[in-house]
Design a protein around this ligand. Sequence first.
Ligand code: WT7
Length: 674
Amino acid sequence: MTQEEANLEVRLEEQEEFEPPESFVEQANVSDPGIYEEFEENWPECWEGAADLLSWDEPYETVLEDDDAPFYEWFTDGELNASYNCLDRHVEDGSKNRAAIKWEGEGGETRTYTYGDLLNEVEAFAATLRDLGVEEDDVVTLYMPMIPELPIAMLACARIGAPHSVVFAGFSADALATRMNSADSEHLVTCDGYYRRGDGLDHITKANEGLEGVDHEVSDVVVVDRLGDELEHSLSDGQHDYDELIADHEGASVEPVSRDAEDMLFLMYTSGTTGKPKGVKHTTGGYLSYAAWTSHAVLDVKPEDTYWCAADIGWITGHSYIVYGPLALGTTTVMYEGTPDYPDKDRLWEIVEKNRVDIFYTAPTAIRAFMKWGEQYPARHDLSSLRLLGTVGEPINPRAWKWYYKHIGGEECPIVDTWWQTETGGMMITTLPGVNTMKPGTAGPPLPGIGASVVDANGDDVGAGEAGYVTVNKPWPGMLRTLYKNDERFIEEYWEEYSDEDAVNRQLTSPHSTSSREDADEWVYFPEDGAKLDGDDYITILGRVDDVINVSGHRLGTMEIESAVVGVEGIAEAAVVGGHHDVKGEAVYVYAIPEDGYEADADLEERAAEGILESIGPIAKPEEVIFTPELPKTRSGKIMRRLLEDIASGNELGNTSTLRNPGVVDDIAEQVDN
Ligand code: WT7
């Protein structure tokens, strides 16, 4: 390193604020700082601009209907079709030959679908679904990895008004069954397998096992043949080969069904504090407007861009920012099948260079892995096509932010650190890349029109530098509308009602109560995240405040994992917590008490891990399983999770004298590797 380079390094390390480059601002979709005030003054009508990014079959009557809060409705009486908005209108506008999806297979195979191609195949599959008996409002489950047939199936469902429920391909057979049962879903689209690090991975066996656990009749199963001869599999009764169906329906024309703005576009299951995953309901008008608007304003997507969100469509990030947002805006969206280190650790940068990617969006866990691998990997490639970078899923520490800024963005790309959730449908807290100063480690201010703030336990705003809970005190178009068939749980899980009897010092009325809904003066959404206020309005997200942990940017419920472990023969009791992990952010730690007569040995440990794989999948694989004759409990019998987290993270342990059984702590701590 030359002296000059060393000086630069020090400067970057110390720099706390970064301005977007002038060249970026000049071309940005949003560059007027007045947008915040404009939205504030003109709320909720400000959201008409988002709806205007779409084509409507019937114009909406009202922007926001709040009579039955917190069951808000957006763009009421409007009608539209999501597949029309993502496909037909671009074909009609003369963009038929523009690439819609550029797909990179793991082994180097590629496929490009123009908007014209994509529309044709979506229509053929929509016709297929209809022939199979799928009707409007039937939930179709898509249990598929990152192959083009996944977005094709999503858009085909949207075309005929059948909500999809995508189940992440890495989830287990049990997880598939749970979700199909909860959604009463009678239709499944899946595939034979897919590639991971060069190997053909069997998927159909898992899908078939899952089907065995479905408690109602499944009328049809469509199977995409991804692996060809590599995996011999036979289709059973009621199972159809995707390619044959498409060939039979080639050239079909299927009119997009006009859907009410409030009609469900899809369901997405996510983990919560209880053992049962929650079916988050997103709608056609509000969700799609919001995905499109945030893609436009935050990701700065333009039709002529090549845009790449390196996430999996099995999660909300992929729904909003690989499929719906970018396609609604008519841009080219890149999709990658495999892992970032196959065949080598520069795979992503090779894809950026080859496709001249303009915008790149990923998760901090990936950035931490890139850092660990070293800057020589991105340095092998010309990344100068990049204009904007983004992150999502977990807090990004300033060191990782700066590494991303320097080694991927060449110190010329703004970074948006976007905070949001499955439930919010789209981004909520982030800088606007053409407007705001960036502060590494701090997501930024709430987006224009978004009433996010940090409050204390009484619901009062905290002051600068203070910590509290993230809340959202105004509805927004992309918000979840309810939990599928469970309005009660929707209110309990997310909403607090305030009465303004004492407007100055407002009090939380019975938290999570549903009894006095009519009397509530204000409904506030609680995302269950802790945060710190940085200056007047920048929000630094600290992490979950509930029993949910964040492993590699994926949300896992500790209760779900616990019930999987307790279901294992020989295990009497278990507590699952998240412990610090350098790359994953958090990792799963299991503390378990063996049943009388069972040895705390390697076999039991393996079976505990196996139980988790079976009920959830490899993402929940435990970092360690620690056996103990007792769990640390308070005098009232509550498990001291905080203590278990500290042990797992290798933190110093505080006072343990209030425990009923303080002696157990040292025994446990001795066993943990850190
Ligand atoms: C939780 C939501 C949003 C798509 C991916 C995850 C955490 C998300 C950030 C961020 C700090 C973040 C929160 C949130 N999170 N983005 N930029 N900074 N934390 O979706 O599975 O619904 O999880 O992810 O804790 O509550 P999800």
